[in-house]
Ligand binder design. Structure first.
Ligand code: S3P
Length: 437
């Protein structure tokens, strides 16, 4: 079901209670579509994220020759790969709102012997692509940014035989790391990537799942892949997305009387930083039924935390919580004292400038926020009031402020919520269900 453009959240006088199953992980879904679509043979995919972003990647890979056979539910299907012989796409590839889809697929397309073109929506057409163009060009591909804004999409890629490189990432980015590793897996020799901080390692874990030779240094900063590889399909179940669970972790923490259990949520240690950050702020969060499959997952129970307090967030933990900073900032506005967020300048080049959009919306609700070049300082404790706010074309901003609206006085209306469906189809229904329960 499509998400409404305008959603209102009301002050919730009763606690948020119940059990929630959040949809499949977005980062893993993109990667499963890309790797499974290249493979030999068929695989069962369970709990794929049927959001616009991930469906765009799946459609793109179908253009390269993969086929999808529907299962009993939309999120479960059989993916049949093209047997490492992708076809040239007949049309331009629509990446919609997804930086992950575009950057990761660029890595694959750079190593294929044809020309392709990828485009996206207004937000994606203003996001930096030089960060993938540089390493892929060093490997021998021709990648042209044809957008109105320099260095931005649409991208025209003339791929072919590449050579392996050693590449030091200028910023901690799992997308750039993955673009280089995906190109490297299709290239003769060993491609090495050095990252300045550990970023989400789903690509490396999926390489292991598919038997692709990949090594990671003990500190997690250096990754090597040796190609060219031959991928064989292998069934996979995708855990729930901790970045979607994050909204309910904060909602239950700030609405008095709440207790929620979030089932089957991914707990990858390069992604689960929101749990220790909120615990440091005094949140009541416990993890149970932990399973260590290729990706760890488990159930998370969160209860209202009457005494949240501020904390300092920065350094190496930033890549681990990069998508959760808007909702952590909302928690900070309900916490006593000051929360400082630093080293997070990457937030300025997400679906919106998330430092500016988070700070602006928090202020509109009456919070005390100091915006900084690489983060912000939020001093909480005073009650927030409802407001009419913009999502700025950004799904996570929309969801963060709807959650804030549950604990603020009065009503909070978010305009431009349609793109919540890019990452969390069903968010609106879950929100309404919790409000009415
Ligand atoms: C992602 C990596 C992160 C994150 C994005 C998804 C991924 O971006 O913000 O939502 O799936 O690799 P960067 O790697 O550019 O920081």
């Amino acid at each position: 079901m499509a998400t409404s453009e305008r959603i209102t959240a009301r002050h919730c006088a009763h606690g948020l209670l119940g059990s929630i199953r959040v949809p499949g992980d977005k980062s893993i879904s993109h990667r499963v579509a890309i790797l499974g679509a290249l493979a030999h043979g068929s695989m069962r995919v369970e709990n794929y994220l049927c959001s616009e972003d991930c469906l765009n990647t799946l459609r793109a890979m179908q253009q390269l020759g993969a086929t999808v056979t529907p299962g009993a539910a939309p999120q479960d299907f059989t993916l049949t790969g093209c047997g490492m012989r992708p076809a040239a796409p007949q049309r331009d590839i629509d990446c919609g709102n997804s930086g992950t889809g575009m950057r990761l697929m660029a890595g694959v397309l750079a190593a294929l012997p044809f020309q392709s073109r990828m485009f996206g929506d207004r937000s994606l057409s203003s996001r930096p692509m030089k960060r993938i163009i540089d390493p892929l060009t060093q490997m021998g591909a021709r990648v042209e940014a044809c957008g109105e804004k320099p260095g931005c999409a649409p991208l025209r890629i003339t791929g072919g035989t590449l050579h392996a490189i050693d590449y030091t990432l200028p910023m901690a980015s799992a997308q750039v790391k993955s673009a280089v590793l995906l190109a490297g897996m299709l290239t003769h020799g060993t491609t090495r990537v050095h990252q300045p901080a550990v970023t989400r390692d789903h690509t490396e874990r999926l390489f292991t799942h598919f038997g692709i030779p990949c090594s990671v240094s003990a500190d997690g900063l250096d990754i090597a892949v040796t190609g060219p590889v031959d991928i064989t399909a292998r069934d996979i179940t995708i855990p729930g997305d901790i970045s979607s669970a994050a909204f309910w972790l904060v909602a239950a923490s700030i609405v008095p009387g709440s207790e929620l259990t979030l089932r089957n949520v991914g707990l990858n240690p390069t992604r689960n930083g929101i749990i220790p950050v909120l615990q440091r702020m005094g949140a009541d969060i416990t993890v149970s039924h932990r399973v260590d499959a290729g990706e760890p997952y488990g159930d998370i129970t969160v209860r209202h935390a009457p005494h949240l307090h501020g904390t300092d967030i920065g350094g190496a933990e930033i890549p681990n919580i990069i998508d959760e900073i808007p909702i952590i900032s909302v928690a900070a506005a309900f916490a006593e004292g000051t929360t400082t967020i630093r080293d997070a300048a990457e937030l300025r080049v997400k679906e919106s400038d998330r430092i500016a959009t988070t700070a602006g919306n928090l202020r509109a609700m009456g919070a005390n926020v100091e915006e900084r070049a690489d983060g912000m300082a939020v001093t909480g404790g005073a009650p927030l009031h409802g407001a009419t706010l913009q999502s700025f074309d950004d799904h996570r901003i929309a969801m963060s402020f709807l959650v804030a609206g549950l604990a603020a006085q009065g009503e909070t209306t978010l305009e431009g919520c349609g793109n919540i469906g890019t990452s969390y189809p069903g968010f609106e229904e879950t929100l309404c269900g919790l409000e009415q329960a």
